[in-house]
Write a protein that binds this ligand. Structure first.
Ligand code: Z5A
Length: 197
């Protein structure tokens, strides 16, 4: 399962809560994050979230390189061993941030992401969405920490609209993340239920 959405929508909080709930049913579960997940991809994360200037096209390829590393080196072996994997971000983040946010040609970005994700396609993707004012309040409570969080409100607006557009295009469910964490977990659990067997 991949949890997607803009900053402060609660992806990390919900990934941990879902992992706990799934493990209470006797399943082995691992949460991974993008970019990151193993030493190579964590080194790439530092570069990607850091301040060194780069083109958005290079960003698409670099996020996808880190994704390929995570999928092949970490996620595939976990799934093969029977562990459930919850990923904090995935391909829709590239389309929302680099495509809609930074203006990369969307057809090109989609084709790059499709090639990468074909290495290990997810069973389920869900976008968490909150009102922009809620997201801004959660972000400012935490302070600016990376180049994406530091971008202006127009960028975040394009990114949020990008998630909505790409979710609709790909038939991905959008779950409201505004309410209390336990309520949001219930909503997400509902999307998972058909896969629990
Ligand atoms: N990026 C990209 O550009 N292209 C790509 O292809 C990929 C990524 C894969 C990764 O950042 C950055 O990389 C990201 C996009 C870019 N840009 N940024 N920034 P990250 O992984 O470090 O950060 P993040 O994914 O944005 O995490 P986040 O800002 O922490 O958001 P979150 O995981 O959705 O939220 P959270 O950590 O669970 O919660 C945030 C705060 O809100 C925290 O204080 C919680 O206690 C609080 N919270 C959470 N849920 C609730 C509810 N329901 N009520 C009240 N308060 C809540």
């Amino acid at each position: 399962m991949v949890l997607e959405g803009g900053e402060g929508t609660g992806k990390t909080t919900q990934a941990d809560r879902l992992a706990k709930r799934l493990s209470e049913t006797g399943r082995r579960v691992r949460v991974v994050r993008e970019p990151g997940g193993d030493p190579f991809a964590e080194a790439g994360r530092e570069l990607l979230l850091g301040p060194i200037p780069r083109t958005p096209e290079a960003e698409v390829l670099a996020f996808n390189a880190m994704r390929a590393q995570l999928l092949v080196a970490v996620v595939r072996p976990l799934l093969a061993g029977g562990t459930w994997v919850i990923a904090d971000r995935g391909r829709l983040s590239t389309l929302a941030y680099q495509g809609h946010g930074r203006g990369v040609d969307l057809e090109w970005a989609r084709s790059v992401c499709d090639v990468t994700v074909s290495l290990c396609p997810p069973d389920l993707e869900v976008v968490l969405a909150v009102d922009p004012a809620v997201s801004a309040a959660r972000r400012s409570a935490r302070g600016v920490t990376d180049r994406f969080e530091a971008a202006d409100d127009h960028f975040h607006q394009r990114v949020n609209e990008g998630f909505a557009t790409e979710a609709a295009r790909a038939g991905v469910a959008i779950v409201d993340g505004t309410d209390a964490p336990s309520t949001v977990t219930e909503r997400l659990w509902h999307t998972l239920t058909p896969r629990l067997g």
